[in-house]
Design a protein around this ligand. Structure first.
Ligand SMILES: Cc1ncc(COP(=O)(O)O)c(C=O)c1O
Length: 425
């Protein structure tokens, strides 16, 4: 007879043994004081600084975003009351969908309860509706994209990460007459690297493939008005379908798709992950709408984000702390061992009140375990210096290896690379 309890206890003890067990840190965000939060520690609550939040621009506490959500709750209550088809389409959803379509210069937009659901729904619909379709997928695509493609019987060919020549090779070998979808991300969150989007799009277009891009880690933070990396790199018109999330740069929650009206309409009409679930709460749509509008009007948050990221990187590099080299706002500190990575994070929290979540397998390959640091405009330069010196101290205590500091540059310069200046094209 199967002992279910023992079976699952054994599974958990396996991942505890190899350092993969995830421990949730219990915090309470403090509106108006982010990145400060309360940590519910075993000895009682205490204030910490959060270094791993996806609220990259601090929009989750923007007074106008908060007020928009409060006003909407007072007017419409807390929930949509149904799926989009059955009483759940609120006026605010429609306004938000218009806003994002306009932001990206596309015909239509559609909102979802999560960004995860967008990838699952859209790729699933393309796989099911396009006869004989073949997906060409970057090898490091997010789990939700892989799930969406796998849920269909469509063939999937994997191209080497960010490699347009490999994509070209795979597309050239495919039947020119079958429908093709090329799917990739604009910024990869674990390494913070940026896709060669114009090159990938050009290859895809040469082979008449539909281009699907996940811009979860760039919308709000890159491009004119926060329109994302494709807009920044000048290839937005080559992207047929773009997904974004409100859960990162926009500081709220929910996901979206923009693209040609008939394709967006097909997703609305055929995707189970869109049809058979509750619509996004109107108050969330109101908060997201305000956040999108604010970040269309103002570049300040983006400029500061990139300054802070640059400062964090420079200080780590001066200290010889190894980073995954990246041009984006994400700063991965490479530890390379699951247990040491957790120990580093534990000590930072316990002794220095700095919270950075360890990222271990399966999120990253074994041997590349890391702390992924997400600086933001609301992390002051003084907080950055405190954090880097805390990492420096624990790094020594744990006997972790250093790398030579780079000799070029001003060391603690705070100028972002030209390509990353807000609105640069
Ligand atoms: C690349 C990528 N796509 C999609 C998602 C899912 O977004 P959401 O958090 O809105 O579900 C994430 C979230 O981590 C992501 O990193």
């Amino acid at each position: 007879m199967v002992d279910y309890r023992a079976f699952f206890a054994e599974k958990i003890s396996e991942i505890k043994g190899n350092g993969q067990y995830r421990t949730f840190i219990e915090i309470e965000r403090l509106a108006g004081r982010f990145p400060t939060a309360l940590h519910h520690h075993k000895d009682g609550p205490r204030e910490i600084t959060v270094w791993c939040s996806n609220d990259h621009l601090g929009m989750g506490q923007h007074p106008e975003v908060v007020a928009a959500m409060q006003r909407s709750i007072e007017r419409s209550g807390v929930a949509a009351g149904g799926s989009r088809n059955i009483s759940g389409t609120n006026h605010t959803h429609v306004l938000l969908e218009r806003e994002i379509a306009e932001l990206h210069g596309k015909e239509a937009g559609l909102t979802f309860i999560t960004g995860y659901a967008v990838n699952d729904a859209v790729l699933g619909v393309l796989g099911k509706l396009l006869p004989g379709v073949v997906f060409f997928s970057d090898e490091l695509n997010h789990a939700s994209m892989i799930l969406g493609m796998r849920a269909t019987r469509a063939e999937r060919r994997i191209f080497r990460h960010n490699d347009p020549s490999h994509l070209e090779e795979l597309l050239s070998a495919a039947d020119p007459d079958v429908p093709k979808v090329v799917a990739f991300e604009s910024i990869y969150s674990m390494d913070g690297d940026i896709a060669p989007m114009p090159e990938l799009c050009a290859v895809a277009k040469r082979h008449n493939a539909l281009v699907y891009v996940d811009e979860a880690h760039s919308v709000g933070m890159y491009g004119p008005g926060g329109a994302g990396m494709a807009a920044q790199l000048g290839c937005a018109d080559q992207v047929d379908l773009l997904m974004g999330t409100f859960a990162k740069g926009y500081g709220t929650a929910g996901g979206y798709l923009v693209g040609d009206a008939p394709i967006v309409d097909a997703v609305r009409s055929f995707a189970p992950a869109f049809i058979f679930t509750l619509a996004m709460p109107p108050a969330l749509a109101a908060a997201a709408l305000t956040s999108v509008r604010k970040l269309r009007e103002s570049d300040n948050e983006r400029i500061l984000l990139h300054h802070r990221a640059q400062l964090v990187k420079s200080l780590f590099q001066e200290a010889g702390i190894p980073l995954v080299s990246t041009e984006s706002h994400i700063v991965p500190v490479l530890v390379g061992d699951a247990h040491l990575c957790k120990e580093l994070a534990d000590r930072l929290l316990e002794d220095h009140l700095c919270y950075a979540q360890p990222i271990n397998f399966p999120s990253v390959p074994r041997g590349t375990e890391r702390l992924r640091i997400n600086p933001s405009p609301v992390h002051s330069p003084a907080a950055v210096r405190h954090f880097v010196s805390a990492v420096d101290e624990v790094w020594d205590d744990l006997g972790l290896p250093r790398v030579p500091a780079p000799v070029t540059g001003s060391g603690t310069g705070t100028e972002p690379a030209p390509a990353l200046r807000a609105g640069a094209r």
